[in-house]
Design a protein around this ligand. Structure first.
Ligand SMILES: *[C@@H]1O[C@H](CO)[C@@H](O)[C@H](O)[C@H]1NC(C)=O
Length: 242
C-alpha cells in the first residue's frame, strides 16, 4: 500500500495534477493583483492588520510637485499610528507622507521633513476629511480637518517633490514599493484620494469636505485613477458623505 502511494506520487500524472493545482492557486492570487481604473463612489477597505495589504495608485502625471494639495477621506476605529498616503522615491522613502501619529496628532512629511499637527480626537471619528497643502513660495504647510484649517506651519528647506516614485495607500513605504511594517498599516476605510499640483483655497477645501464632487485632482483623481490592489483589500460602495 505504502509503495503504491509512493509510486503514485512519483508518477508524472500526480506531478502534473499538482502543477495544475499550484497554477490554479497562483492565478487566483494573481487576479487579486489586477490593474483597475477609477474608484467612482467606492472606498477601499483594509480590514485586517498586515505588512503586505496595500493599494498602489498610478498618478496621471509626474509627481514633480512644487505647490500641492492632497485630500482624502478616512474612517478608522484605531487611535494608534497608521499611514494614510505614502509616496516614496529612491532617494527618500518619505518624499510625501500623510500619517496619523497617535490619538491627537496627524503629520505631514515632505522630502523627509516631518511637520506634526495637533488635532482634537473628537474631530477624528467616523469619516474624516483630511487635506494637506503646501505653498512652496511661502514655505508653509497647512492641514485641514473636515474643511477647517490648522495653524500655518513653516516648512524648510523648500524643494519640489521629486518625480519617479510610487504612491501607496494603507502602508508606509520603507523603500519604493515595499519595506512595510504592520504597526504602521491602516485598518479602516479610505476614499476620495485627490492630489493637485497647486494650492486650493480654504473655501474650495471646505466645499470638497462637504461632498462637492466638482473638484477632482489633476495628479491623482479618485474617479479615474489607475490602481492595483495587493492582498486583502476590498473596494466597495462607499458610506462616505458623497
Ligand atoms: C505657489 O502658490 C503661490 C500662492 O498661490 C504662488 O504665489 C506661487 O507662484 C505658486 N507657485 C510656486 C512654484 O511656488
Amino acid at each position: 500500500m505504502c509503495q503504491c502511494l509512493r509510486r503514485l506520487c512519483s508518477s508524472t500524472t500526480m506531478k502534473s495534477l499538482l502543477l495544475i493545482v499550484a497554477s490554479c492557486l497562483l492565478s487566483g492570487l494573481a487576479s487579486a493583483d489586477e490593474d483597475r481604473q477609477g474608484l467612482i463612489g467606492e472606498s477601499l477597505i483594509f480590514s485586517t492588520p498586515s505588512d503586505t495589504n496595500h493599494v498602489l495608485l498610478t498618478p496621471s502625471r509626474d509627481m514633480d510637485l512644487k505647490n500641492f494639495t492632497l485630500c482624502l477621506r478616512v474612517n478608522t476605529e484605531s487611535p494608534r499610528q497608521h499611514v494614510l498616503f505614502s509616496y516614496a522615491t529612491q532617494s527618500s522613502p518619505s518624499e510625501l507622507l500623510l500619517k496619523r501619529e497617535d490619538e491627537t496628532t496627524v503629520s505631514l512629511t515632505v522630502s523627509g521633513v516631518k511637520i506634526p499637527f495637533l488635532v482634537r480626537s473628537s474631530q477624528l471619528s467616523s469619516w474624516v476629511h483630511v487635506c494637506a497643502r503646501r505653498d512652496m513660495m511661502a514655505k508653509q504647510v497647512i492641514l485641514h480637518i473636515n474643511g477647517r484649517p490648522s495653524v500655518r506651519k513653516a516648512l524648510e528647506p523648500s524643494n519640489p517633490i521629486k518625480p519617479g516614485g510610487k504612491v501607496v495607500l494603507g502602508q508606509e513605504q520603507g523603500r519604493v514599493g515595499g519595506g512595510f511594517q504592520q504597526e504602521k498599516c491602516l485598518v479602516g476605510e479610505i476614499a476620495d484620494v485627490h492630489l493637485w499640483d497647486h494650492i486650493l483655497t480654504t473655501s474650495t477645501i471646505r466645499a470638497i469636505s462637504m461632498g462637492d464632487p466638482i473638484y477632482r485632482g489633476n495628479v491623482i483623481d479618485w474617479l479615474t485613477v489607475k490602481h492595483t490592489i495587493k492582498g486583502q483589500v476590498k473596494s466597495l460602495r462607499t458610506t462616505s458623505v458623497n
